[in-house]
Design a protein around this ligand. Structure first.
Ligand code: PGA
Length: 311
């Protein structure tokens, strides 16, 4: 069993197809199939099975994928720590939920980069489940999300306020109201993010807390799609104020002053509790807890009206 075979296998597990894994790893499909065959022959068990046009993992394959992620993550960590022990700056692998990756981290990354040009930065953006997986497998040093996971050995440290508000098309009937009863919104079409999104979970909790059965909800796969659909008049959405600063400033969307909102949450930085932190991680954590980081995010979002709205 080689690292390369495990890496290929893990990518098949994540992409759900040989073709997807080949495209993601920039190798040929026969190379992917050969790696799968070599692992199957060595372990003498079926690791994948057909599933429509793609493939899915067998129970044995799921187990191997779990170990593969750990083995590869630990190996990467060993390389990073060894280089650091020799005086080189450790690269910093980050993983963020969509909203944080798109609307919170960019100005912080800029400040960090200006101060630490020798640190190689990489950031993956995914949903909450991806963030937790990457941290657990040690593929990412630090993660960012609005809802820290319970257990799993992950520590969550709040670093910034995150207010969730209800937004609607700019000409919504309740746009001028000082206080909107949440019950009035049960009849609206709610625009919600995809399963796995923290914003979606918070929206569902908001519905449950207000005791309303939503008659009509539409799932859209990104903040951009939710915002554009709301601006086009399709419905209303609960969303982080960070994600709609530009649209509120430009007037494309309006905020509904729904009683009980904004929901006051935090953005958290997440990392494995038991692992020692690299020097680069400590530098990043120091920046996150500084006024400089808050000022950078505030200035960036404050100027959002002047920026073209993200699509
Ligand atoms: P999301 O995460 O961007 O995936 O919805 C937001 C959150 O964790 O609160």
């Amino acid at each position: 069993m080689t690292f390369s075979q495990l890496k290929t296998f893990l990518e098949v597990a994540r992409q759900g197809s040989v073709r997807g894994a080949a495209a993601s790893l920039l190798i040929t499909e026969p190379s992917v199939s050969a790696a799968l065959a070599a692992l199957r022959d060595e372990l003498q068990v079926a690791l994948v099975e057909r599933d429509g046009r793609g493939i899915r993992l067998t129970a044995a394959g799921t187990e191997l994928a779990r170990y593969a992620a750990q083995i590869l993550g630990l190996t990467e960590q060993a390389v990073r720590r060894t280089r650091e022990a020799a005086g080189q700056a450790a690269p910093l692998n980050l993983v963020a939920v969509t909203t944080a990756g798109e609307y919170v981290l960019p100005p912080i990354l800029k400040v960090f980069r200006e101060a630490h040009r020798d640190v190689q930065l990489r950031m993956e953006v995914g949903n909450r489940a991806t963030v937790v997986d990457r941290i657990t497998a040690r593929e990412a040093d630090l993660g960012f999300g609005g809802r820290p996971p319970e257990g799993r050995g992950i520590r969550g440290v709040p670093f910034l306020d995150n207010e969730l508000i209800v937004v609607a098309p700019h000409d919504h009937a309740y746009g001028e109201e000082e206080s909107v009863d949440p019950a009035l919104l049960a009849a609206e079409t709610w625009l919600v993010r995809e399963p796995g999104s923290g914003t979606r979970e918070t929206t569902q909790e908001f519905w449950a807390q207000n005791g309303f059965q939503v008659g009509s909800a539409m799932t859209l796969g990104s903040n951009g799609a939710v915002k554009q659909a709301a601006a086009a008049g399709l419905g209303v959405a609960l969303i982080s104020a960070h994600a709609v600063a530009a649209e509120l400033a430009s007037g494309a969307l309006c905020r509904l002053r729904v009683a009980g909102t904004p929901l006051r949450r935090k953005w958290y930085v997440l990392y494995l509790e038991a692992d020692p932190l690299s020097g680069s991680c400590i530098q990043f954590l120091d920046l996150l807890s500084s006024q400089e980081a808050r000022t950078a995010v505030g200035a960036w979002l404050g100027g959002a009206g002047a920026r073209p709205a993200p699509v």
